[in-house]
Design a protein around this ligand. Structure first.
Ligand SMILES: Cc1ncc(COP(=O)(O)O)c(C=O)c1O
Length: 372
């Protein structure tokens, strides 16, 4: 079921979106799915996967519907246009941008590139699992450097753990499952230094959410430093997790390690949708605003219940529930809420993704009732 809301609702948000008030509004601009306020284990509120629960923008959906009419044709020209759009937005040369079905293909191939060089992988712990799991699966030794006491990525300890055998350094910024960031100057220096000895991959899946003066994308480094790769995804703010679209920024020669010269495996639907979505700034603002509202609701609960949490720079929170996260997950699921999987050794910490503000309030009400 969907509810029509006006562009003003999008931009004003907050109370303007409250419950039944908007249900009766019939307006022109955008259509977003209604909150799920009667969730069940079979039809749950998905607060476990760091998705955009509103889905792609209406403009992107329209274009994708149209593109589906030519789904029988190989995608040739759209990717050129998408490359142009991204180059303009990011201010990067076109040959420094590769496109694939999400960022996962790039992450996995970076692990394979490391294996081909018979190298080791250096990463923080915890980090997003794709690169370390792939590396482990294909026999690459993974050096995991635990986060610091404040749960931030410990750049100094990573420097200390670097050896000549390391052929790939992988970091997420913001990190996942801990939504912290690495201070921009320290990270820049780290990337430049490490790239003299190995490939450095910075995964910026959540960069659009960051509102923190200490953060900077490392994309500018890729034109000067051949061994630095920055990955991005449309799965988060653009709501393309199921459509699949991602990017790698690097020197053209480095990109050849990650993708062929012309990518025949791209979907014309995804390419057309991404061209539209990356230019739909209104939607990106809308979703960022919704994310902030939901995060405020969550953080208020942490404060009300005196729970330790890491200030979030993404679309998910990480908090110490003071009891096993598996226990929390089981109880929440009984109420139709899916929360994040366990992240050992942080077995008492819960990763909770933002959902629509109305759903977030439901999650908080349930949590307070069960565990408050
Ligand atoms: C840090 C990070 N990188 C990459 C991904 C996967 O992104 P994609 O959907 O683009 O493959 C995720 C997914 O949650 C993630 O958290």
């Amino acid at each position: 079921m969907t509810t029509k809301i006006t562009r003003r609702d999008w931009l004003v948000g907050g109370t303007a979106l409250a419950g039944t008030m908007i249900a009766s509004k019939i307006a022109s601009a955008q259509t977003v799915p209604s909150p799920n306020l009667n969730p069940t284990p079979e039809n749950p509120i998905r607060a476990g996967f760091n998705e955009n629960v509103y889905g792609p923008s209406l403009k992107a959906k329209k274009v994708m519907e149209k593109a589906a009419e030519t789904a029988h044709l190989y995608e040739f020209s759209g990717q050129m246009k998408l490359n142009q759009v991204i180059a303009k937005i990011e201010n990067l040369p076109r040959d420094h941008i590769a496109i694939d079905n999400g960022s996962t293909p790039f992450l996995e191939r970076a692990a394979f590139a490391c294996a081909i060089q018979q190298g080791k992988l250096l990463t923080s712990d915890p980090a997003y699992m794709s690169v370390p799991s792939t590396a482990k699966m294909i026999g690459v030794e993974v050096i995991r450097v635990p986060v610091a006491d404040d749960l931030s990525i410990d750049i100094d300890a990573m420097r200390a753990a670097m050896t000549d055998e390391v052929k790939l350094v992988y970091l997420c910024n913001p990190n996942n499952p801990i939504p912290s960031i690495i201070e921009k100057n320290a990270l820049r220096e780290f990337c430049i230094d490490m790239s003299k000895r190995a490939l450095v991959l910075i995964d910026e899946a959540y960069y659009e959410y960051v509102d923190n003066p200490d953060f900077a994308s490392m994309k500018d480094l890729v034109t000067e430093h051949k061994n630095i790769i920055v990955c991005r995804t449309a799965s988060k703010i653009h709501g393309f997790a199921g459509v699949r679209m991602g990017f790698a920024f690097a020197n053209p020669e480095t990109l050849r390690l990650l993708v062929g010269p012309f990518n025949l495996s791209l979907s014309n639907v995804a390419v057309a949708g991404a061209i539209e979505s990356y230019q739909d700034l209104e939607y990106q603002d809308f979703f960022k605003q919704k994310n902030r509202q939901s995060m405020d609701i969550l953080e208020k609960m942490f404060k009300d219940l005196n729970l330790d949490f890491v200030k979030s720079n993404a679309n998910f929170a990480f908090f110490n529930a003071g009891r096993p996260s598996t226990e929390i997950a089981k109880k929440l699921l009984e109420h139709g809420i899916v929360s994040g999987r366990p992240f050992p050794p942080f077995t008492n910490w819960v990763r909770m993704s933002t959902v629509k503000p109305e759903e977030m309030q439901y999650v908080v009400d349930v949590y307070k009732k069960e565990f408050g």
